[in-house]
Design a protein around this ligand. Structure first.
Ligand SMILES: [Zn+2]
Ligand SMILES: [Zn+2]
Length: 325
């Protein structure tokens, strides 16, 4: 057992009861998974759950009709939406259910490395911290690594049960945390899912991501995938459900290939959800994000952030915000 001290200013350190577990995990595959949350109530005058995904899309597209954002096409066989029937989440539904909002009391994202990591992966965790500061426009603290909970290891699967890991992590969420995000290179599964890239709770401010199936640490692909998983799962922690409307970081994913085809950034709808939760200035956020992407050598993402900076600056100056719900 190792002691994990708070890096913050909240007095006594707390003890982590995670025991040492075997880390020689077998590979599984990664799905972004979403823990069930309280279903959103149907907005007034809205048929809510009775709407087909197509009907829901029509509403959202109408709200965002002026955007040029690439819409999500029909899923091909094997893609997330060909398997999981998700109706999506409108901005109104998000606002109605969002509980994890930035405040003077809650303002920091904590990263918790879980288990042993090589140097290249440790560096990615540090880069994840830089990225998180810009992406979520908030303070970030990185804890010292602790072992994965031994009790969460399922021997016959040679995998960690991510649901169990999250339940244990949720006991240690600092009071001022917007999110506590565990990062591991061990393999994980969750529920009926054979493997996953990450798992998040919409209610308990915790998420965990597995870098077991993201390729070789030290490559741009690994960094990109790690940051994408982190942004996706942390988005869930803020209450964002999978985006079924646009090409977006919050799209569900059933494979590495599907995930690789999805962007690092969120669509305008999910952007507005994040802005509601975090109350950031969009232009300032994109400017900072562009600088971080450049620093990390992610040129395509930097270019996109610069474009969005121009968009956001225009939005701020507009008297009619046609892109806002
Ligand atoms: Zn997800
Ligand atoms: Zn989206």
């Amino acid at each position: 057992m190792r002691e994990l001290r708070r890096t913050g200013h909240h007095g006594a350190g707390w003890r982590v009861v995670f025991g040492l577990a075997g880390l020689s995990a077998v590979v599984v595959l990664g799905l972004h998974v979403l823990e069930a949350a309280t279903p959103a109530a149907a907005p007034a005058g809205h048929r809510g759950a009775a709407l087909t995904p197509e009907g829901r899309k029509a509403i959202v597209y109408a709200q965002y009709v002026s955007t040029e954002w690439p819409k999500l096409g029909e899923p091909t066989v094997g893609e997330w939406l060909s398997i999981v029937a998700e109706p999506g989440q409108t901005y109104e539904e998000f606002v109605r259910t969002a509980r994890n909002l930035r405040s003077d009391q809650r303002h920091t994202i904590y990263l918790l490395p879980l288990g042993r990591m090589d140097e290249a992966t440790q560096k990615v965790v540090t880069q994840m911290g830089e990225f998180a500061q810009a992406y979520f426009d908030c303070r970030v603290k990185v804890f010292r690594a602790v072992e994965l909970p031994k009790a969460s290891y399922v021997h016959h699967r040679k995998q960690y049960n991510a649901v169990d890991v999250l339940a244990r992590m949720s006991r240690y969420v600092p009071d001022d945390a917007l999110a506590l995000v565990g990062v591991t290179t061990a393999d994980m599964y969750g529920g009926d899912l054979e493997f996953l890239f990450g798992l998040a709770s919409l209610r308990r401010r915790v998420a965990v991501i597995s870098l077991h199936r993201t390729g070789e640490a030290g490559t741009p692909e690994f960094l990109r995938r790690a940051l994408k998983s982190f942004a996706h799962e942390t988005g869930h922690v803020f209450g964002l459900r999978h985006c079924v409307f646009y090409s977006c970081c919050m799209n569900g994913s059933n494979s590495l290939a599907e995930s690789d085809g999805q962007p690092m950034h969120v669509c305008p709808l999910c952007h507005d959800k994040l802005r509601h939760a975090l109350a950031f200035d969009p232009a300032a956020r994109f400017e900072k994000l562009a600088a971080v992407y450049e620093d990390l050598g992610l040129e395509a993402e930097a270019r996109m952030a610069r474009e969005r900076f121009v968009w956001a600056r225009g939005l701020a100056g507009a008297t009619t915000k046609s892109e806002e719900p």
